[in-house]
Design a protein around this ligand. Structure first.
Ligand SMILES: Nc1ncnc2c1ncn2[C@@H]1O[C@H](COP(=O)(O)OP(=O)(O)O)[C@@H](O)[C@H]1O
Ligand SMILES: [Mg+2]
Length: 233
C-alpha cells in the first residue's frame, strides 16, 4: 500500500452521459493497479459503477465498491459506509441531476472534484453555469476543495481547446486533460477493466492522456485536512 491517507475525488456534473462513470471506473482501476487501497462509491441509483465492478475478474487488482443506495429497496441509506483503515484513494461517482442544495453533502467528503465536459457548445455552456454555482459554495470559497475540468470524447483538439480555455479562464478553473472519443473506453468498460489495465498498443495514447489528471489529483496544494468523520461515509 502506497499511502496511509485517503485522497477523495468526486466526479461531478449534473449532466448525464458526459463521462462521470467512465472516469470514476478508470480512475479506480488505475489506483488499484498502482497499489493503493481503493474504494469506488457509486451514488447513482442506476448503479453503473457497481455493475462495472461486478464484471471485474477475481484476478484484477481489488477495488472495494459500495453505494449510498439500497438497490433493492430503492431507498437512500445516507452515507453510512465505513471507510476501512488506511484507504489510499476514494472515488465518488455522482448521479445526473444533482441539485445545488445537494452539493454540500458531496463536497464535504472530497478533496478534488473532476468535472467532465463534452465538446459541444450546449454542454459547455450548461457546465460553465454549473461551475459558477459550484464556485459559490462555501467549500469552494474556503478553498477546501479543488475543481478541475476534463474534456471528454474530444476528436478535434484545437476547436475544443480554444472554446473551452476561453470559458474556463473567466472562471479560473484549469483544464486538466482531454480524452479521445474512442470505442476503447466502451470496450474496457464491458470487461470491468480500466484503460490502464490493457496491454495492447491501441490503448497507449489513451493511457498517456490520463497522466496530467493523475498528477493533478496527487498534488495537494491545499492545507485542508478533511474531517475524518466526513471521510467515514
Ligand atoms: N471518451 C469516450 N469515448 C467513447 N465513449 C465514451 C467516452 N466516455 C464515455 N463514453 C461512453 O458514453 C456513455 C456515457 O458515459 P458515462 O461514463 O456513463 O457518463 P455519465 O456517468 O456521466 O452518465 C457510455 O456509454 C460510455 O461508454
Ligand atoms: Mg454514470
Amino acid at each position: 500500500m502506497r499511502s496511509l491517507t485517503t485522497i477523495s475525488t468526486l466526479i461531478l456534473n449534473p449532466k448525464g452521459g458526459c463521462g462521470k462513470t467512465t472516469i470514476a471506473t478508470n480512475l479506480a482501476a488505475y489506483y488499484a493497479n498502482a497499489g493503493h487501497e481503493t474504494v469506488l462509491m457509486d451514488c447513482d441509483r442506476q448503479g453503473s459503477s457497481l455493475h462495472w465492478h461486478r464484471l471485474r475478474s477475481p484476478d484484477d487488482p481489488a477495488i472495494t465498491a459500495t453505494t449510498v443506495h439500497d438497490q433493492k429497496a430503492s431507498v437512500t441509506l445516507a452515507w453510512q459506509y465505513r471507510m476501512p483503515m488506511g484507504v489510499g484513494r476514494m472515488i465518488i461517482d455522482s448521479p445526473a441531476g444533482i441539485q445545488p442544495y445537494e452539493l454540500a453533502e458531496y463536497l464535504g467528503r472530497t478533496h478534488n472534484v473532476i468535472v467532465p465536459i463534452l465538446p459541444s457548445t450546449l454542454d459547455m455552456h450548461a457546465t460553465m453555469e454549473f461551475i459558477d454555482v459550484l464556485q459559490r459554495t462555501p467549500e469552494m470559497r474556503r478553498q477546501r476543495v479543488r475543481v478541475g475540468v476534463v474534456a471528454n470524447r474530444v476528436n478535434d483538439r484545437t476547436i475544443v481547446r480554444r472554446q473551452l480555455l476561453n470559458m474556463l479562464e473567466e472562471l479560473n478553473i484549469p483544464l486538466i486533460t482531454r480524452f479521445r472519443d474512442t470505442q476503447n473506453y466502451v470496450f474496457v468498460a464491458g470487461l470491468g477493466k480500466g484503460i490502464h489495465e490493457m496491454r495492447h498498443q491501441r490503448f497507449v495514447q489513451d493511457q498517456r492522456d490520463w497522466l496530467p489528471l493523475i498528477t493533478w489529483l496527487d498534488e495537494r496544494p491545499l492545507q485542508h485536512v478533511p474531517d475524518p468523520d466526513l471521510l467515514t461515509v
